[in-house]
Design a protein around this ligand. Sequence first.
Ligand SMILES: *Cc1c(COP(=O)(O)O)cnc(C)c1O
Ligand code: SF4
Length: 451
Amino acid sequence: METKEIKKFARPQTVAVSSTKYALDSNWRDYKWQLANSIRTIAAFEKLTGITFSQRERKKLEDTMNKFPMSITPYYASLIDKHNYRNDPIFKQSFPNPAELIISKYDMSDPLHEDKDSPVKGITHRYPDRVLFLVSNRCSMYCRHCTRKRKVGDPDYIPSRDHIEAGINYIRDSPQVRDVLLSGGDPFLLPDSYLDWILTELRKIPHVEIIRIGTRTPVVLPYRVTDKLVRMLKKHHPLWLNTHFNHPRELTHSAQEALRKLADAGIPLGNQSVLLAGVNDCPQIIKKLNQKLVQNRVRPYYLFQCDLSEGLTHFRTPVGKGIEIIESLVGHTSGFAVPTYVIDAPGGGGKIPVMPNYIISWSTNKVVLRNYEGVITTYKEPDSYEPVFCDRNCKDCVLQLKLDEAHERPFIGIERLLSDSDGAISLIPQGNSRLKRREKHSAKSPKAKKT
Ligand SMILES: *Cc1c(COP(=O)(O)O)cnc(C)c1O
Ligand code: SF4
């Protein structure tokens, strides 16, 4: 039965699973079996896929794996086209490449400063109203392009129950946090009951309005999305989920089934892709990917420029490639099949959108725009707009902001330059609450902080 299964779910000329003991293993769709049988050695990879490497290649691969270990689920490996594996997007995302050992002088082990913006272990508090909460350091697979390569699989980073409790306490004590993003590693590698506990504790905090989960299991271990897991998740609404498909080939029947279960449970689904040289740096691939995602009720959310983590040199594209791709999407396909292309700012500035320019010029009463076809058009602005003068004195304002629902907070960043509420004319990013949190934190644990 399982052989049939595999034939049905893999592309006809791909696989992998033939002639090995796996093909007959009736546990193929059991995610625990998949994890227990993850491919961690070259020999196991050769055996499962039938691809072989020379002695010389093997030596280089071993060196690479000593620095960045390999782990691939048999499911994901079975999608590799063994006849053209060197160009295969599945192979490139999962199998070590000696080029990972090339460290350029701009590479960093923690380019996003997730550790610096961390008030307690496991929490990154970068934005005013939301936090990233690393609850697991395990992943179903070690993606070769992972931005947290330094952490994944590292036993020093296993979040203990105490760490998780400290994280929950931090969130409880931070009333400005209305959105908690569980990530890792992969939160779905936690046992159902443990994840249930974390979600239950977070749900008890009144100011936590939404919880989001980031998981790659629908892509690399779709069998993890069991009916039991989904029943548990449903108890914790409003829950959002972001996954990480990078190539249309990853949307197999099993992956689609996992997405269907999650969507049927009322969980809004999003996708974060990474732009990867040799994998998906092509407008047609990204368009196809996003259209297929939408077909499966997944809203493309972000397309990430590959960041400056160590070992990713061979995956990076120029920023222009991303702009070109977005150019090929906007107007050409459904608006909600267009993700926002972002660069996660080195040094911890957060995600910065970079999109093509559609405004060509501007006068005091007219904007000149161009559309996706190259049509140049004008938009005449109103002659009679009476701006609302805002000194943040909402009581005297004609607009009806319901104050009991609005949280008073200082204007931050560019928003402040645009407002009339104080005399700021330039911006020197000092003393904002993110930097203050950093100071407070580094005062507490001086040893953790170098540069
Ligand atoms: C990406 C990210 C978030 C969430 O950002 P959104 O733009 O709201 O999706 C929150 N915290 C950190 C540290 C992040 O990297
Ligand atoms: S699933 Fe995510 S965190 Fe895990 S290795 Fe892949 S990219 Fe990194």
